[in-house]
Design a protein. Structure first.
Length: 400
């Protein structure tokens, strides 16, 4: 599957960062990771810290799947508001999931510091604002719910939103915990750091057959070589759905547009992540070089060709919506691209073991919190391998 279209901004901005060979020999390892995006890179980092002999492969070039198309907004808020998630899955599970995502952001900063990445990690506030008057009651309830469970939030009225952010909205929740990064750059930095410490990385190496035995797994690649491993960790995102026996995710197309560099952006805009209560929601942030990145206009994914034919139309709609909410902020588009993401029934990821795949683990961080879920997956999977308890494993399990 083509999980992105055109050339996303991050690929153009970063260029070719690091090169890795395809597989041209048979290998043995403790852990094999499939997928080299932000999820696979974080998982490889965790495995290397545990001392596992680790190999990572990807059928594409490194981080050229969904990671190259992400808008890299780091928020603890899930796609389903906390008060509604409590009604759906219960108080304990919902609050633990929200707090797990909140705690993942400083944990990711620790990884950034460890590998000395220049990925532009920056702490920001998160503004969840009302798109229509009918949404205001629910938004206030969400504010009260988050405040009740100890999240650092503030309610902003219409006048304050206009004066502080130039946003036209009836009200908003301002959250203290958010951040942004260049996920493509970070994935490369993590892998390069670990490659210097023994991680073996092979791109353009696709798995074509996997054979499970009692305590070993044999994987054959399209290059004609094999990898024998004790464990496999699948970090293959939305494409995993093709070989899972049950449907766990609904695929969506999303569209993103980034402006030319603007030197007059307010400090409030540069220091905040924005998203609204529309369905699908509009989301935006400033990049570290002064561009405005906007995304949204999501719709059901049919195929990559049909998705890509809509780029011009979606760009016009996104820009129109932006000018409706920020009428006094200049915007001139520079790059436009599309990507594919997934929605689960409860907005939670699938992280853990699957009964049909022995000695295998999955880190599938669907939805708008994919990067936060990937950070959670680092510890959760290591805990499973070491047979240590992790409370989130029950909430993120297959078959829930």
């Amino acid at each position: 599957m083509n999980v992105r279209s055109n050339e996303p901004f991050w690929l153009v901005q970063n260029g070719l960062l690091h090169n890795y060979p395809s597989l041209h020999q048979d290998l043995h390892c403790d852990v094999l990771i499939i997928g080299s995006g932000i999820t696979g890179s974080l998982m490889a980092h965790a495995c290397m810290k545990e001392g596992f002999q680790t190999v990572l492969i990807d059928k594409r070039e490194i981080a050229n799947g969904s990671t190259s198309a992400t808008t890299s907004m780091l928020q603890y808020e899930l796609d389903i508001p906390l008060h509604k998630l409590i009604e759906q899955i219960g108080e304990e599970a919902a609050v633990a999931s929200y707090k797990g995502c909140r705690d993942a952001i400083p944990q990711l900063q620790q990884v950034v510091d460890e590998v000395k990445s220049c990925c532009g990690f920056e702490w920001k506030k998160s503004l969840y604002f009302c798109a229509q008057s009918k949404d205001l009651t629910d938004l206030r309830k969400e504010y009260e719910t988050r405040k009740h469970y100890g999240f650092e939030v503030e309610w902003l009225e219409e006048d304050q939103l206009k004066s502080d952010y130039n946003i036209v909205s009836l009200g908003a929740i301002l959250s203290a915990d958010g951040a942004s990064i260049d996920a493509f750059k970070l994935a490369h930095d993590i892998l390069y750091y670990n490659a210097q410490r023994g991680l073996q990385i092979f791109d353009k190496t696709e798995s074509i057959k996997i054979t499970y035995q009692k305590d070993k797994i044999f994987l054959k690649t399209q290059t004609g070589h094999a990898i024998t491993t004790g464990k496999i960790i699948y970090c293959t995102g939305y494409e995993t759905q093709h070989f899972l026996p049950e449907k766990i995710v609904k695929l969506k197309s999303t569209y993103a547009c980034v402006s030319e560099v603007q030197h007059t952006l307010s400090e409030a805009l540069k220091g905040t992540l924005f998203w609204n209560t529309s369905k699908p929601y509009l989301y935006l942030r400033a990049t570290d070089e002064g561009r405005i990145l906007i995304g949204g206009e999501d719709e059901d994914f049919k195929n990559a060709s049909k998705r890509d034919l809509l780029l011009d139309r979606k760009e016009s709609k996104i820009k129109k919506k932006f000018h409706e909410i920020m009428p006094h902020t200049f915007y001139h588009a520079d790059f436009m691209w599309a990507g594919t993401f997934g929605e689960t029934k409860d907005s939670l990821p699938y992280i853990g073991e699957h009964i049909k795949f022995p000695n295998s683990y999955f880190v599938l961080g669907f939805g708008g919190n994919g990067i936060a879920f990937s950070v959670i997956g680092m510890k959760l999977i290591i805990d499973l391998i070491k047979k240590e308890p992790n409370p989130l494993s029950h909430y993120f399990r297959f078959g829930r």
